[in-house]
Design a protein around this ligand. Structure first.
Ligand code: ADP
Length: 607
């Protein structure tokens, strides 16, 4: 990092600190100032007490000094405790604020970035580094350390200045001690730098293992895996799998801390030597009659405090500088680019809902993949049309919907809405025209009504109507708590653990409530029982109304009534047409259709 970059990062960090957690910062600063200054009160007064006793002054004066020492210390401690209380409340708020900022960024991030393993690694490294104290809050810690060490240095210098000016100790000894202080400080600064470098290297190298560690525990703890673990007796297997990785991780922790430990030895040795020198000089001066007995304690304490103050100051400055490297990474999370959100055009709100979508020679490849998931796909569909996407698993149907909803942008070609490249539209507005249910949809554990409306305020009648259309009407009648009843038990003990099919119906209701002109459904009935499936399909026209619908289905029978069927094969659209024309064509669709029809015939059913 260049000097300029260091300064830029520091400025950004302080600015963020000011905006996010002023209270936390100020209370921490105040508390460390007090905690640094307080020890000097007894140091100062105890010397006065001892001297008063030795001088043969009346006992009252010594008692007064003692009382002042106790009283002032007590008051300062009280104030420090109050500041610490403020700090601890403010820190909770500051951590919350930080957590939410991370979440906000994650929510806004391009899906492609969010899915990129590098993004997960970056997040993990920041999390790891924050846990061991680096990053934004370390900034405060360093600042507090700088303030407290400066306070200590100033007060210790004031108390020990007369020692260094004292003739009772030979000049060479005084200079020697001063040099000792400087050298010890330099040595400990160097040691601190080495230690930080060792830790830095360790963090860089252990991100992978650490990510494994956390993901592994999450998997093992996660209740959704509980059944599989029991039924396949996976405990021993998991233990072996996990511990072989952990061993590597723990060994590298140990290696790093052993290396860092080595550097504490010369620093302690230098501190010890300095102490011996200091006490010898003080005793020498006392025997020579140059200082009082009370002053021995005062000088010894204040010179040692001067040493520790200077050591802490250098180390705080050093660590603050080092921390910039962590901070640069920290901020790089917030700087991850959002490429999707460049468009500005408003999407026409047409009463006639006259929209037309066109895929023009669209190709797309997932990051790191060897092959395109979509290859030169061209397709047009108009408002009001019912389009079905069929084809084998992995043939690109879901990717098609993800591109249409701009979760990703094409690698080649373009997608047009009413003749305009969809990238030119305002992202949020564009998403607003779609009601989507993906296969891996997620329902949040909130009250049913809020889940369907995706909001706190909702129109009860419309929510009920959407649930009814999604075939959840009967269940709603006996749903505990009605629309106010919670889904799942995450946030409410009386929440309802719904089945996969029920979840799918609620997800469909959420899409209907949004009331967007396009409805996109990825296998909307995969989890439904045959009866519900039949209901959904036979009501499909009522459900979709005049909306444009695109849906992926493996039940070809349900596609029969669509205006258009696009058959996907290996990332390409192999055929497009309606049911009848595709059957007559005798291609891929006919083959798929016959395979299913045969299954139904063999099972005595009807295709
Ligand atoms: P379908 O919906 O027809 O089953 P998909 O569109 O989900 O197929 O997948 C098309 C291809 O893209 C498959 O080969 C799949 O493995 C691959 N694919 C899907 N999602 C990802 C992803 N997030 N990263 C990499 N490859 C993916």
């Amino acid at each position: 990092m260049t000097f300029k970059e260091h300064i830029a990062i520091a400025r950004r960090a302080w600015k963020t600190a000011y905006e996010w957690d002023k209270g936390y910062f100020l209370s921490q600063l105040g508390a460390s100032l007090l905690s640094a200054a307080t020890p000097f009160v007894p140091i100062y007064f105890s010397a006065r007490v001892v001297d008063a006793l030795f001088d043969g002054a009346e006992a009252g004066r010594a008692a007064l000094y003692a009382a002042l020492a106790v009283g002032i210390t007590f008051l300062l401690k009280l104030l420090e405790a109050a500041l610490n209380a403020v700090k601890s409340a403010a820190s909770t708020k500051a951590f919350q604020r930080e957590g939410w900022s991370f979440a906000e960024k994650a929510m806004e991030m391009d899906i492609l970035t969010a899915e990129d393993p590098e993004t997960a690694r970056l997040r993990e490294r920041i999390r790891m580094e924050s846990q061991i104290g680096f990053n934004r809050f370390y900034l405060f810690h360093c600042a507090a350390m700088i303030v407290s060490s400066l306070t200590r240095i100033l007060s210790a210098a004031a108390l020990s200045a007369s020692f260094f000016a004292m003739d009772a100790v030979p000049l060479w000894a005084r200079l020697g001690l001063l040099l000792g202080v400087v050298l010890t400080v330099a040595l400990s600064a160097y040691a601190k730098r080495r230690e930080t470098e060792i830790n830095n290297k360790f963090h860089r190298e252990s991100v992978g293992a650490n990510t494994y560690y956390f993901s592994f525990f999450n998997y093992v703890k996660d209740l959704t895996g509980a059944k599989d673990i029991r039924l396949y007796a996976m405990r021993g297997f998991l233990e072996k799998r996990g511990f072989s990785e952990f061993r590597v991780f723990f060994e590298s922790i140990k290696r790093a801390s052993d290396k860092a430990m080595i550097w504490t030895l010369p620093v302690s040795a230098a501190g010890g030597l300095l102490r011996i020198g200091l006490y010898s000089a003080l005793l020498f001066a006392a025997f020579a009659g140059g200082i009082t007995v009370g002053s021995i304690a005062r000088y010894a304490a204040s010179v040692l405090l001067l040493l520790s103050g200077a050591r802490d100051l250098v180390s705080a400055l050093e660590r603050e500088w080092m921390n910039h490297e962590y901070l640069a990474r920290y901020f790089s999370w917030f700087d991850l680019p959002n490429r999707m959100k460049k468009g500005t055009l408003t999407v026409e709100k047409r009463d006639d809902c006259d929209y037309e979508i066109e895929f023009r020679h669209v190709s797309f490849r997932y990051p790191g993949a060897e092959e395109d998931a979509l290859k030169d796909v061209s397709l047009t569909f108009k408002i009001g049309e019912k389009l079905a996407l069929v084809g084998e698993n992995g043939s690109g149907k879901t990717t098609f919907i993800k591109l249409l909803t701009r979760l990703y942008d094409p690698r080649e070609g373009e997608i047009l809405l009413n003749g305009v490249d969809i990238r030119k539209y305002d992202y949020g507005e564009y998403l607003g025209i779609f009601s989507v249910v993906f296969q891996d949809f997620r329902l949040f554990p909130f009250p049913l009504g809020e889940v369907v409306a995706a909001g706190r305020e909702y129109d009860e009648e419309r929510v009920t109507e959407s649930l009814r259309k999604a075939n959840f009407g009967e269940r709603l009648k006996d749903f505990p708590g009605g629309l106010r009843g919670y889904l799942y038990k995450t946030f409410d003990e009386s929440g309802v653990e719904i089945s996969g099919g029920e979840a799918q119906k609620i997800a469909l209701a959420r899409a209907l409530y949004k009331n967007a002109p396009f409805i996109l459904l990825d296998e909307p009935t995969a989890a439904l029982d045959p009866e519900s499936e039949y209901e959904v399909y036979s009501n499909f026209n009522a459900i979709a109304g005049d909306k444009t619908t695109v849906y992926i289905s493996h039940r070809l029978a349900s596609c029969r009534f669509c205006d258009k069927i696009a058959v996907f094969d290996g990332g390409r659209i192999a055929e497009v047409g309606d049911h009848r024309s595709l059957l007559e064509k005798g291609g891929k669709y006919e083959a798929l259709w016959n395979a299913q029809a045969q299954y139904y015939r063999e099972n005595g059913g009807e295709a």
